[in-house]
Ligand binder design. Structure first.
Ligand code: MG
Length: 309
């Protein structure tokens, strides 16, 4: 097993944006900046920072400009920001953002609930954003949701996935994040999807974005690794979920991925102690417990309270 594993992988931290955006307790920019700085100190090299959306749409992201200003000078850290439309891009450019992320889903119903357009119609919104970003020499990440299944439509089509991938590539995407939005992916599905992706792009441009809703994130990660994927999205402490996908609690946890990779001798550049510190900090601010089994075990092992029995 895993005869062809890579020497190292890249973990793209999505906690500060994907992880926090649906949290109803709105944190200050200072708290989020400290979280991002702690993640950087733990060794994360790509940290999705915020989303340049209207504050009335997603209150948690309403401070994008001030948050970005607090972290933009972090050395050696790439700080992608989600940009939903051209207005968001203007705003991001004004803040000095160097890396943007755009998004759509393979399911029309999911897109409609999320942004009120179909997949094809979303291209009209995203295309001009990507073209302008490309001209401005920004890095571009393209998210694709509902690749492995949709909460409304069930099974989704691989042909539509490839259509989005080709659209993103045509408009200059540097990286494409393939999302299991509701945590239904299985290794067999992953095998067939990676085969299709390989036919249209280099796998180094693909990042897998798993959710651990059904405890499949690690086995799906392992399957992807075996098939040549070396980039994975994850969130510290397993923060996040999806408001349009009921029960889809939790991105794959960065701690779980780090533990898995290190156990296989694969480098991540991440220090688990410092990562746990960052997660504990933000979970404390949110008043939440972690979804990460590795972090839970780690915290339990550090608990020196004498056993009452
Ligand atoms: Mg996610």
């Amino acid at each position: 097993m895993l005869e062809s594993r890579p020497a190292e992988v890249s973990l793209i931290e999505v906690g500060p944006r994907d992880g926090l955006q649906n949290e109803t307790k709105v944190l200050t920019a200072e708290i989020k900046a400290r979280f991002i700085k702690e993640l950087a100190a733990a060794g994360l090299k790509t940290i999705e920072t915020t989303s340049f959306v209207r504050a009335d749409k997603i209150p948690q992201m309403g401070d994008a400009n001030s948050l970005y200003a607090l972290v933009k000078n972090l050395k050696g850290v790439d700080l992608p920001c989600l940009v939903p439309n051209e207005m968001g891009l203007d705003n991001a450019l004004g803040s000095g953002v160097k890396h943007i992320a755009v998004f759509t889903a393979t399911s029309d119903t999911f897109n409609k609930k999320n942004t009120n357009v179909t997949m094809k119609e979303s291209f009209d919104r995203i295309g001009p954003v990507m073209d302008r970003a490309h001209k401005e020499n920004l890095k571009i990440r393209g998210y694709i949701s509902t690749v492995f299944g949709c909460p409304y439509e069930g099974k989704t089509s691989v042909d539509r996935l490839i259509e989005v991938v080709e659209f993103y590539l045509k408009h200059g995407a540097d990286e494409i994040s393939v999302g299991d939005t509701i945590g239904v992916a299985t290794p067999i599905q992953i095998k067939s999807i990676i085969k299709e992706l390989k036919a249209v792009t280099e796998l180094k441009k693909i990042a897998m974005h798993f959710h651990d809703t059904r405890s499949m994130a690690m086995v799906n990660t392992l399957t992807s690794l075996e098939l040549g994927i070396t980039r994975f999205d994850s969130s510290a402490g397993g923060l996040g979920g999806c408001p349009y996908a009921k029960g889809a609690t939790g991105n794959a946890a960065t701690e779980d991925l780090v533990y898995l990779m290190h156990s296989l001798g694969i480098k991540t550049g991440i220090d688990l102690d410092l990562l746990a510190k960052a997660s504990q900090y933000i979970l404390g601010e949110l008043g939440r417990e972690t979804q990460s089994k590795v972090l839970k075990a780690y915290l339990a092992s550090k608990d020196t309270t004498p056993c009452p029995f």
